[in-house]
Design a protein around this ligand. Structure first.
Ligand code: LHQ
Length: 254
């Protein structure tokens, strides 16, 4: 499901009977919607959640073994890798609102988003090892960077289910909200982001991504370059002006 409201694109993974596990159709549709988010200037934040009680149970395993289906070939190349790449390259903040269980590729797609929040009953499972696979969808890149090698290694090898509070304690999740206020609170975060200086947020996202593969010296130069760009935006001028005039800024995302 896809809906745009007040600068936020709400994407709901919607195969509730399978805890929103990805079949090929849903994976390609998500890619299409992420492209739409990228090219629509009015969209200034993307909010991804799951319908009903799950967030996403990863790949639909029934589709993998279906003799008439696509099999293993191309699942990562055509389905999950482009999703992760599109989220990381999207020049707008992406919020993962993890409302329920997030397993396998579903967990790692959530973790690659810019801000991950979870309902207190939500859980995360690196389910891959339980079926003889390796963690994919960027999990081996992002999880050790979020929580450290040792804990990532244990979660990935044991395939333990961890609940939202533990995930937050480990550093996988920004905030946990009680189930009854989760939707409201997580949408407030998206609303805040949609009214912020969108270009500056994109440069922040870029700088953070680059920090994984650059030295401090290179990163200082990257920051300088990106800061020049941020300083050239309308929103920087507006932010400074509003501060000096002691009023609320009116950012346009430009
Ligand atoms: C499902 C699924 C599912 C189909 C729940 N598929 N039906 C990359 C490369 C190539 C190939 C494979 O994939 C990948 C990337 C990956 O994502 S690999 C990891 C794939 N995901 C999993 O292994 C997780 C499988 N699911 C589970 O372990 C459990 O369902 C979890 C722990 C997520 C939730 O457990 P419960 O809350 O007890 O729910 P449930 O198991 O009863 O599931 C509810 C329904 O959803 C059930 O159907 P049914 O008809 O019995 O009501 C499940 O069969 C179905 N479902 N996940 N991935």
């Amino acid at each position: 499901m896809f809906e745009v409201q007040k600068g936020i694109a709400f994407i709901t993974l919607n195969r509730p009977e399978k805890l929103n596990a990805f079949n090929r159709e849903m994976a390609l549709l998500l890619q299409q919607k992420l492209d739409e988010c990228s090219t629509t200037p009015e969209i200034r934040c993307v909010y991804i959640t799951g319908s009903n009680k799950g967030f996403c149970a990863g790949q639909d395993l029934a589709e993998v073994v279906d003799p008439t289906g696509i099999g293993m070939q191309g699942i990562l190349k055509d389905q999950f890798n482009p999703i992760v790449t599109k989220i990381r390259k999207l020049e707008k903040p992406v919020v993962a609102a993890v409302n329920g269980v997030a397993a396998g590729a579903g967990a790692n797609i959530a973790l690659c988003c810019d801000i991950v929040v979870a309902a207190s009953s939500a859980s995360f499972i690196q389910a891959f090892s339980k079926i003889g696979l390796i963690p994919d969808s960027g999990g081996t890149f992002i999880l050790p960077r979020l929580i450290g090698w040792q804990k990532a290694s244990a979660l990935m090898m044991l395939g333990d289910k961890i609940f939202a509070n533990e995930a937050a304690h480990l550093g996988m999740v920004y905030k946990v909200f009680a189930d009854d206020v989760f939707e409201e609170e997580s949408k407030k975060i998206a609303a805040t982001l949609a009214n912020m200086p969108t270009r500056g947020l994109w440069y922040t996202k870029q700088a953070l991504s680059w920090s994984f593969s650059h030295t401090l010296h290179e990163q200082l130069m990257n920051e300088d370059k990106l800061q020049q760009r941020a300083a050239a935006t309308h929103d920087f001028k507006e932010g400074v002006q509003a501060f000096l005039e002691k009023r609320k800024p009116n950012f346009k995302g430009e």
